[in-house]
Design a protein around this ligand. Sequence first.
Ligand SMILES: Nc1ncnc2c1ncn2[C@@H]1O[C@H](COP(=O)(O)OP(=O)(O)OP(=O)(O)O)[C@@H](O)[C@H]1O
Length: 270
Amino acid sequence: MASAQTPPKIRIRNLGKSFETRRGRFAALDAVSLDIPEGCFFMIVGPSGCGKTTLLRILGGLESESSGSVEIAHSGSGRPENSMVFQGDSLFPWMTVWQNAAYGLVMRGRPKTEIKETVGHYLSRIGLSRFADAFPHQLSGGMRQRVSIARAFANDPEILLMDEPFSALDEQNKLLLQEELLRIWDETRKTVLFITHSVDEAVTLGDRILVMSAHPGKVKMVVNVPFERPRHVLELRARPEYGALVYNIWDELRDEVRRARAQDEEGVRS
Ligand SMILES: Nc1ncnc2c1ncn2[C@@H]1O[C@H](COP(=O)(O)OP(=O)(O)OP(=O)(O)O)[C@@H](O)[C@H]1O
Protein backbone atom coordinates (compact mmCIF):
# COMPACT_ATOMS: atom_id res chain seq x y z
CA MET A 1 0.00 0.00 0.00
CA ALA A 2 1.12 3.57 -0.57
CA SER A 3 2.82 5.49 2.23
CA ALA A 4 1.13 8.24 4.22
CA GLN A 5 2.86 10.90 2.04
CA THR A 6 1.41 9.71 -1.28
CA PRO A 7 -1.87 11.41 -2.20
CA PRO A 8 -4.82 9.10 -1.61
CA LYS A 9 -6.39 7.24 -4.50
CA ILE A 10 -9.79 8.34 -3.26
CA ARG A 11 -10.39 11.54 -1.32
CA ILE A 12 -13.86 12.11 0.08
CA ARG A 13 -14.64 15.38 1.82
CA ASN A 14 -17.80 16.29 3.72
CA LEU A 15 -19.88 14.11 1.48
CA GLY A 16 -23.62 14.44 1.95
CA LYS A 17 -26.46 12.78 0.08
CA SER A 18 -30.18 13.45 0.46
CA PHE A 19 -33.09 11.89 -1.35
CA GLU A 20 -36.46 13.47 -1.99
CA THR A 21 -39.10 11.18 -0.57
CA ARG A 22 -42.86 11.35 -0.05
CA ARG A 23 -42.14 12.53 3.47
CA GLY A 24 -39.64 15.20 2.47
CA ARG A 25 -35.87 15.24 2.25
CA PHE A 26 -34.13 12.21 3.64
CA ALA A 27 -30.43 12.41 4.52
CA ALA A 28 -28.72 9.13 3.62
CA LEU A 29 -25.11 10.33 4.12
CA ASP A 30 -23.85 13.15 6.28
CA ALA A 31 -20.40 14.77 6.28
CA VAL A 32 -18.45 11.67 5.27
CA SER A 33 -14.71 12.37 4.94
CA LEU A 34 -12.24 9.62 4.06
CA ASP A 35 -8.84 9.13 2.46
CA ILE A 36 -8.36 5.75 0.81
CA PRO A 37 -4.78 4.98 -0.28
CA GLU A 38 -3.91 3.33 -3.60
CA GLY A 39 -3.90 -0.43 -3.26
CA CYS A 40 -5.99 -0.47 -0.09
CA PHE A 41 -8.55 -3.23 0.45
CA PHE A 42 -11.12 -1.03 2.11
CA MET A 43 -14.10 -2.64 3.81
CA ILE A 44 -17.37 -0.91 4.70
CA VAL A 45 -19.64 -2.22 7.45
CA GLY A 46 -22.65 -0.61 9.05
CA PRO A 47 -26.28 -1.30 9.94
CA SER A 48 -28.81 -1.87 7.22
CA GLY A 49 -29.88 1.41 5.59
CA CYS A 50 -26.91 3.46 6.83
CA GLY A 51 -25.90 4.48 3.30
CA LYS A 52 -23.20 1.95 2.31
CA THR A 53 -24.59 1.31 -1.17
CA THR A 54 -25.29 5.01 -1.66
CA LEU A 55 -21.63 5.76 -0.92
CA LEU A 56 -20.48 3.10 -3.40
CA ARG A 57 -22.92 4.29 -6.06
CA ILE A 58 -21.58 7.84 -5.73
CA LEU A 59 -18.02 6.55 -6.15
CA GLY A 60 -19.15 4.54 -9.17
CA GLY A 61 -20.77 7.61 -10.74
CA LEU A 62 -24.25 6.07 -10.56
CA GLU A 63 -25.48 8.68 -8.10
CA SER A 64 -24.44 12.28 -7.57
CA GLU A 65 -23.51 13.84 -4.26
CA SER A 66 -25.75 16.50 -2.68
CA SER A 67 -22.82 18.22 -0.99
CA GLY A 68 -19.10 17.77 -0.48
CA SER A 69 -16.69 16.21 -2.94
CA VAL A 70 -15.25 12.93 -4.18
CA GLU A 71 -11.94 12.81 -6.04
CA ILE A 72 -10.47 9.70 -7.61
CA ALA A 73 -6.83 9.99 -8.72
CA HIS A 74 -6.35 8.75 -12.28
CA SER A 75 -3.30 7.02 -13.62
CA GLY A 76 -3.97 8.47 -17.09
CA SER A 77 -3.45 5.03 -18.66
CA GLY A 78 -6.86 4.87 -20.30
CA ARG A 79 -8.11 2.31 -17.80
CA PRO A 80 -11.79 2.46 -16.86
CA GLU A 81 -12.50 4.34 -13.66
CA ASN A 82 -14.20 1.48 -11.90
CA SER A 83 -15.74 -1.96 -12.15
CA MET A 84 -18.63 -2.97 -9.93
CA VAL A 85 -19.52 -6.39 -8.57
CA PHE A 86 -22.96 -6.69 -6.98
CA GLN A 87 -24.63 -9.16 -4.69
CA GLY A 88 -26.98 -10.52 -7.32
CA ASP A 89 -26.12 -11.96 -10.62
CA SER A 90 -25.05 -9.27 -13.05
CA LEU A 91 -23.84 -11.47 -15.93
CA PHE A 92 -25.42 -11.16 -19.36
CA PRO A 93 -27.48 -14.36 -19.71
CA TRP A 94 -27.11 -14.50 -23.50
CA MET A 95 -23.31 -14.42 -23.37
CA THR A 96 -20.95 -17.27 -22.56
CA VAL A 97 -18.61 -17.18 -19.57
CA TRP A 98 -15.78 -16.10 -21.87
CA GLN A 99 -17.84 -13.36 -23.52
CA ASN A 100 -18.99 -12.07 -20.13
CA ALA A 101 -15.46 -11.95 -18.78
CA ALA A 102 -14.19 -10.26 -21.95
CA TYR A 103 -17.02 -7.72 -22.13
CA GLY A 104 -15.21 -4.66 -20.73
CA LEU A 105 -12.10 -5.26 -22.83
CA VAL A 106 -14.12 -5.79 -26.02
CA MET A 107 -16.11 -2.60 -25.39
CA ARG A 108 -12.85 -0.69 -25.03
CA GLY A 109 -11.61 -2.11 -28.33
CA ARG A 110 -8.57 -3.85 -26.83
CA PRO A 111 -6.50 -6.01 -29.23
CA LYS A 112 -7.66 -9.63 -29.63
CA THR A 113 -4.38 -11.08 -28.34
CA GLU A 114 -4.59 -9.00 -25.15
CA ILE A 115 -8.21 -10.04 -24.59
CA LYS A 116 -7.34 -13.70 -25.09
CA GLU A 117 -4.43 -13.53 -22.69
CA THR A 118 -6.16 -11.50 -19.97
CA VAL A 119 -9.47 -13.35 -19.98
CA GLY A 120 -7.67 -16.71 -20.18
CA HIS A 121 -5.56 -15.70 -17.18
CA TYR A 122 -8.46 -14.68 -14.95
CA LEU A 123 -10.70 -17.61 -15.89
CA SER A 124 -7.85 -19.91 -15.02
CA ARG A 125 -7.22 -18.07 -11.71
CA ILE A 126 -10.81 -18.64 -10.65
CA GLY A 127 -10.81 -22.23 -11.91
CA LEU A 128 -13.39 -21.78 -14.66
CA SER A 129 -11.35 -22.31 -17.84
CA ARG A 130 -13.32 -25.49 -18.58
CA PHE A 131 -16.56 -23.50 -18.49
CA ALA A 132 -15.50 -20.78 -20.92
CA ASP A 133 -18.23 -21.79 -23.41
CA ALA A 134 -20.96 -22.32 -20.82
CA PHE A 135 -23.83 -19.88 -20.33
CA PRO A 136 -24.65 -18.37 -16.93
CA HIS A 137 -27.78 -20.53 -16.46
CA GLN A 138 -25.56 -23.61 -16.65
CA LEU A 139 -23.49 -22.45 -13.65
CA SER A 140 -24.09 -22.44 -9.90
CA GLY A 141 -24.49 -19.13 -8.04
CA GLY A 142 -20.93 -19.37 -6.73
CA MET A 143 -19.55 -19.99 -10.22
CA ARG A 144 -21.48 -17.03 -11.61
CA GLN A 145 -20.06 -14.79 -8.92
CA ARG A 146 -16.56 -16.05 -9.79
CA VAL A 147 -17.16 -15.01 -13.39
CA SER A 148 -18.24 -11.55 -12.18
CA ILE A 149 -14.97 -11.26 -10.27
CA ALA A 150 -12.92 -12.41 -13.28
CA ARG A 151 -14.74 -9.85 -15.43
CA ALA A 152 -14.08 -7.06 -12.94
CA PHE A 153 -10.34 -7.79 -12.68
CA ALA A 154 -9.93 -8.43 -16.44
CA ASN A 155 -11.32 -4.95 -17.05
CA ASP A 156 -8.33 -3.54 -15.13
CA PRO A 157 -10.22 -0.65 -13.48
CA GLU A 158 -8.67 2.09 -11.38
CA ILE A 159 -10.85 0.97 -8.47
CA LEU A 160 -13.01 -2.05 -7.81
CA LEU A 161 -16.38 -1.51 -6.12
CA MET A 162 -17.95 -4.59 -4.56
CA ASP A 163 -21.39 -4.48 -2.95
CA GLU A 164 -21.92 -7.57 -0.79
CA PRO A 165 -20.74 -9.84 -3.60
CA PHE A 166 -20.77 -13.01 -1.49
CA SER A 167 -23.80 -12.48 0.71
CA ALA A 168 -26.11 -14.75 -1.29
CA LEU A 169 -23.65 -17.66 -1.17
CA ASP A 170 -23.53 -20.55 1.29
CA GLU A 171 -20.70 -20.66 3.85
CA GLN A 172 -18.54 -23.13 1.91
CA ASN A 173 -18.72 -21.20 -1.34
CA LYS A 174 -18.19 -17.93 0.50
CA LEU A 175 -14.99 -19.20 2.06
CA LEU A 176 -13.66 -20.46 -1.27
CA LEU A 177 -14.49 -17.20 -3.00
CA GLN A 178 -12.87 -15.16 -0.25
CA GLU A 179 -9.68 -17.20 -0.71
CA GLU A 180 -9.82 -16.84 -4.49
CA LEU A 181 -10.43 -13.12 -4.25
CA LEU A 182 -7.48 -12.72 -1.87
CA ARG A 183 -5.25 -14.67 -4.26
CA ILE A 184 -6.24 -12.62 -7.32
CA TRP A 185 -6.08 -9.36 -5.40
CA ASP A 186 -2.57 -10.19 -4.13
CA GLU A 187 -1.38 -10.29 -7.77
CA THR A 188 -2.85 -6.91 -8.65
CA ARG A 189 -3.17 -4.96 -5.37
CA LYS A 190 -5.98 -2.88 -6.78
CA THR A 191 -7.81 -0.34 -4.68
CA VAL A 192 -10.98 -2.17 -3.59
CA LEU A 193 -14.05 -0.89 -1.76
CA PHE A 194 -16.06 -3.80 -0.45
CA ILE A 195 -19.37 -3.63 1.43
CA THR A 196 -20.26 -6.46 3.76
CA HIS A 197 -22.60 -7.21 6.63
CA SER A 198 -20.12 -9.70 7.98
CA VAL A 199 -17.50 -8.43 10.42
CA ASP A 200 -15.67 -11.73 9.88
CA GLU A 201 -15.47 -11.05 6.17
CA ALA A 202 -14.30 -7.48 6.79
CA VAL A 203 -11.45 -8.60 9.04
CA THR A 204 -10.53 -11.53 6.78
CA LEU A 205 -10.21 -9.48 3.62
CA GLY A 206 -9.54 -5.88 4.57
CA ASP A 207 -6.62 -3.56 5.24
CA ARG A 208 -8.97 -1.00 6.76
CA ILE A 209 -12.55 -1.19 7.91
CA LEU A 210 -14.94 1.73 7.91
CA VAL A 211 -17.66 1.33 10.53
CA MET A 212 -20.63 3.54 9.64
CA SER A 213 -23.19 4.87 12.07
CA ALA A 214 -26.93 4.38 11.71
CA HIS A 215 -28.96 6.96 9.77
CA PRO A 216 -27.77 9.42 8.67
CA GLY A 217 -24.68 7.48 7.55
CA LYS A 218 -21.48 8.93 9.00
CA VAL A 219 -17.98 7.68 9.70
CA LYS A 220 -18.11 6.11 13.15
CA MET A 221 -14.53 4.85 12.99
CA VAL A 222 -11.90 3.45 10.66
CA VAL A 223 -10.02 0.41 11.94
CA ASN A 224 -6.65 -0.81 10.64
CA VAL A 225 -6.37 -4.57 10.16
CA PRO A 226 -2.84 -5.55 11.18
CA PHE A 227 -2.66 -9.06 9.67
CA GLU A 228 0.10 -9.77 7.16
CA ARG A 229 -0.51 -10.93 3.60
CA PRO A 230 -0.86 -13.29 1.88
CA ARG A 231 -3.66 -14.42 4.17
CA HIS A 232 -5.18 -17.85 4.49
CA VAL A 233 -8.75 -17.56 5.65
CA LEU A 234 -8.94 -20.56 8.00
CA GLU A 235 -5.50 -20.04 9.53
CA LEU A 236 -6.28 -16.38 10.12
CA ARG A 237 -9.58 -17.20 11.81
CA ALA A 238 -7.88 -19.56 14.23
CA ARG A 239 -5.74 -16.75 15.67
CA PRO A 240 -6.76 -15.14 18.98
CA GLU A 241 -5.95 -11.63 17.66
CA TYR A 242 -8.44 -12.24 14.88
CA GLY A 243 -11.20 -13.09 17.34
CA ALA A 244 -10.34 -10.06 19.47
CA LEU A 245 -10.55 -7.68 16.50
CA VAL A 246 -13.87 -9.14 15.33
CA TYR A 247 -15.20 -8.76 18.88
CA ASN A 248 -14.11 -5.12 19.16
CA ILE A 249 -15.67 -4.14 15.86
CA TRP A 250 -18.88 -5.95 16.73
CA ASP A 251 -18.97 -4.12 20.02
CA GLU A 252 -19.01 -0.79 18.15
CA LEU A 253 -21.38 -1.98 15.47
CA ARG A 254 -23.92 -3.41 17.91
CA ASP A 255 -24.93 0.06 19.16
CA GLU A 256 -25.48 1.24 15.60
CA VAL A 257 -27.53 -1.82 14.68
CA ARG A 258 -29.70 -1.17 17.74
CA ARG A 259 -30.12 2.48 16.78
CA ALA A 260 -31.08 1.49 13.22
CA ARG A 261 -33.68 -0.92 14.59
CA ALA A 262 -35.13 1.74 16.85
CA GLN A 263 -35.29 4.11 13.86
CA ASP A 264 -37.16 1.44 11.87
CA GLU A 265 -39.68 1.09 14.68
CA GLU A 266 -40.14 4.87 14.86
CA GLY A 267 -40.47 5.06 11.06
CA VAL A 268 -37.53 7.49 10.78
CA ARG A 269 -36.24 6.03 7.55
CA SER A 270 -37.66 6.52 4.09
N1 LIG B 1 -33.31 6.55 -4.53
C1 LIG B 1 -33.63 6.66 -3.25
N2 LIG B 1 -34.70 7.40 -2.86
C2 LIG B 1 -35.03 7.53 -1.56
N3 LIG B 1 -34.35 6.95 -0.55
C3 LIG B 1 -33.28 6.20 -0.87
C4 LIG B 1 -32.87 6.01 -2.23
N4 LIG B 1 -31.76 5.21 -2.24
C5 LIG B 1 -31.51 4.91 -0.95
N5 LIG B 1 -32.42 5.51 -0.13
C6 LIG B 1 -32.45 5.43 1.32
O1 LIG B 1 -31.18 5.83 1.82
C7 LIG B 1 -30.83 5.01 2.92
C8 LIG B 1 -29.50 4.35 2.63
O2 LIG B 1 -29.68 3.36 1.62
P1 LIG B 1 -28.50 2.38 1.19
O3 LIG B 1 -29.06 1.41 0.22
O4 LIG B 1 -27.34 3.18 0.79
O5 LIG B 1 -28.17 1.67 2.59
P2 LIG B 1 -27.27 0.40 2.89
O6 LIG B 1 -26.46 0.75 4.08
O7 LIG B 1 -26.57 -0.03 1.66
O8 LIG B 1 -28.39 -0.67 3.29
P3 LIG B 1 -28.35 -2.28 3.25
O9 LIG B 1 -27.26 -2.69 4.17
O10 LIG B 1 -29.70 -2.67 3.78
O11 LIG B 1 -28.12 -2.69 1.83
C9 LIG B 1 -31.96 4.01 3.14
O12 LIG B 1 -32.79 4.44 4.18
C10 LIG B 1 -32.68 4.02 1.82
O13 LIG B 1 -34.06 3.76 2.01
